[in-house]
Ligand binder design. Structure first.
Ligand SMILES: *[C@@H]1O[C@H](CO)[C@@H](O)[C@H](O)[C@H]1NC(C)=O
Ligand SMILES: *[C@@H]1O[C@H](CO)[C@@H](O)[C@H](O)[C@H]1NC(C)=O
Ligand SMILES: CC(=O)N[C@H]1CO[C@H](CO)[C@@H](O)[C@@H]1O
Length: 578
């Protein structure tokens, strides 16, 4: 029996029971005792162990706890397909399947610890298996969305020098078209019931693979994953996270923001390719919760609401734009008998959405904030007083401040950069660096802080108020206007289904506020000029008058990312003819 966890200094895990639960050994310590240690590490109260691997040190531990009856009979993973087919795995089954998957990656694909692998799959159970298998085999996983174009794929494969890619039918033609230009790519794995020449069939290989596998012994700081994150200029950057940053960085937020317990069933509707998809299972599985997934072939509000009422889902996370669509439905026609706790993040939550969700379901919406480079750094924790429109307070152990461009801390009420203190000690849950890009890494730091690139202010009670990405803030006659405030004001008007606010050129003021608005059906045939004036007056009354949109355009749909976030940059470029 390997005692890798020696370095963890965990009384619980250092017991002879260890992590392997050998027959005849004393019973494992109670689960909360073990998870409390993980939380203590997350909070910086205990040192990060030298070696850490989430598959081995968390999932396999839960497998043992489950066997010992220290966990309710919930599945660990519950998948519902578009046709209604269901898959449920216990931690033990997840362990077995992911060990087989690790053997496929090592034997059939010849991948070795430290190799990089691109994983581009829709919400199929294999995504979770391959993710865990990469940890077991020590492979560095590079997630991507299924909507990637040939150009995107080529850039990502070349920049990352990935040795293998696993994807589904949809992307086969694109990969085949560019793989000759990607010399590092040695194997292509397909998750499908069909076969394609030049591709290995993952499902067939998985069936035949052995379920015996020795987890690679990874150091806490070894790379776990690389995420491509797009800025507004230049090529996407590669954000590298380590085994401990993600594996131990979500314990506390899972407990206190998502309020998960071992009997929770947590559904996060966001796409797997979206960079932070893994957040969900790190927070859920570290507390022994169940990860619920619906294949959701398309965004369908009725399907989402039906799923919430049919399945015993206790905890829900959707992006704010999706909650905005859900509250347009008549929610009184549905009952969500198990739902207890709802969270949101990824973009700003407009106050009216929170109020409408709450009045119709009786449930609070807890907003959290973080980015691909970090973990959750601000949140409205369970039980905290929520101020409508604020993204909550700094989440422990992070020292989040508003700083100027030189890294000086600004007083409450002043707008500045959202920043996290990284000196003298860089929080271990932060990204390591931008791969192959030391200039970018250096540019993200100012003084003692990591600069997120978002603008906000903090009030005297320590609550943060998001204004927008730095590039999204509008500078009109030297007045600084955050798009989010204007959007939230507009959103309160019954004519507005969705909206996005960006800067638009103006000969006198340099820039002015422009609103792109999608109307609710009841208003879609209103006279546009009268409606524009009505909306402008509404904003002047709701927020400071200088923020009103001088330009308004009604459109049928807003540009969005696959994860449903509004792409203001696209609209802004269109305005400025870029
Ligand atoms: C839900 O998933 C999205 C992206 O996949 C992620 O950004 C978000 O943090 C997740 N939410 C939680 C509570 O884990
Ligand atoms: C805002 O625009 C004015 C000119 O209209 C300029 O002088 C000022 O530097 C700009 N401020 C910022 C923060 O870009
Ligand atoms: C098994 C376990 O550790 N459960 C914990 C999950 O998180 C809650 C807090 O949200 C703890 O109270 C439980 O002990």
């Amino acid at each position: 029996m390997k005692l890798w966890l020696k370095g963890l200094a965990l009384r619980a895990l250092r017991s002879p029971w260890g992590v392997c639960g050998v027959h005849g050994q004393p019973p494992p310590p109670p689960a909360p005792e073990i998870t409390a240690t993980w939380e203590a590490i997350n909070l910086g109260r205990q040192p990060v162990p030298e070696y850490f691997n989430f598959a081995h040190d968390v999932l396999d531990v839960w497998s043992q706890l489950e066997k010992a009856g220290h966990r309710p009979s919930n599945p660990a993973f519950w998948w519902v397909g578009g046709t209604g087919k269901e898959i449920k795995w216990s931690f033990e089954e997840l362990g077995k399947q992911s060990r087989k998957a690790a053997n496929v990656l090592e034997s059939a694909c010849g991948l070795q610890s430290g190799d990089r692998m691109m994983v581009v799959l829709p919400r199929l159970p294999e995504w979770w298996l391959v993710t865990v298998a990469c940890m077991r085999a020590g492979l560095i996983m590079i997630p991507g969305i299924s909507q990637l174009t040939e150009k995107d794929l080529k850039y990502r494969l070349q920049a990352s020098r990935a040795k293998s890619i696993i994807t589904s039918d949809a992307l086969v033609p694109q990969v085949d078209a560019i793989c000759h230009d990607c010399p590092s790519l040695q194997t292509k794995l397909l998750v499908s019931d069909n076969s394609h020449p030049g591709w290995m069939n993952f499902r067939e290989l998985l069936q035949k693979a052995s379920s015996e596998h020795n987890c690679v012994r990874t150091k806490s700081q070894d790379p776990l994953s690389i995420y491509f994150t797009s800025g507004t200029t230049g090529n996407p950057k590669m954000v590298e996270h380590s085994h401990s940053s993600y594996g131990l960085g979500f314990v506390a937020s899972g407990r206190h923001w998502v309020a998960l317990t071992e009997s929770s069933i947590f559904w996060n509707t966001t796409d797997t390719g979206w960079v932070k998809a893994a957040w969900t299972f790190f927070s859920a599985w570290s507390n022994g919760s169940c990860v619920f997934v619906h294949e959701l072939p398309r965004v369908d509000t009725k399907l989402i609401l039906n799923t919430l009422s049919r399945f015993p889902i206790t905890s829900l996370c959707c992006v704010p734009t999706l909650f905005r669509l859900l509250v347009q439905e008549d929610l009184t026609r549905y009952q969500f008998p198990s739902l207890r706790h709802c969270v949101t993040g990824g973009e700003a939550l407009n106050p009216d959405v929170r109020e409408r969700w709450k009045s119709q379901t009786g449930l609070e919406l807890h907003e959290g904030y973080g980015q691909s480079e970090t973990v959750v750094i601000c949140a409205n924790q369970k039980g905290m007083m929520i101020k409508t429109g604020s993204m909550g307070k700094a989440f422990p152990p992070y020292d989040v401040q508003i700083v100027d461009d030189q890294g000086n801390v600004l007083p409450p009420g002043e707008e500045g950069n959202v920043a996290v203190r990284i000196k003298p000690t860089r929080p271990f849950c932060f990204f390591h660096h931008y791969v192959d890009n030391p200039e970018k890494t250096a540019a993200s730091e100012q003084g003692d802080f990591y600069i997120t690139g978002d603008r906000a202010f903090m009030d005297k009670d320590g609550y943060f108020w998001f204004l927008g990405r730095s590039d999204d803030v509008i500078n009109s006659s030297s007045y600084r206007i955050g798009p989010v405030e204007v959007e939230s004001a507009l959103a309160e008007h019954p004519a507005v289904l969705e909206c996005a606010v960006v800067s638009s050129p103006d000969p006198i003021r340099g820039e002015v506020v422009k609103a792109f608005i999608v109307l609710t059906p009841a208003y879609s045939s209103h006279e546009p000029e009268a409606l524009t004036r009505e909306l402008q007056e509404h904003v002047k009354k709701t927020t400071a008058p200088y923020k009103y949109p001088r330009k308004v355009e009604f459109i049928s749909e807003l540009p969005k990312t696959v994860s449903g976030k509004i792409q203001r940059g696209k609209l802004r470029n269109q305005e400025w003819g870029r």
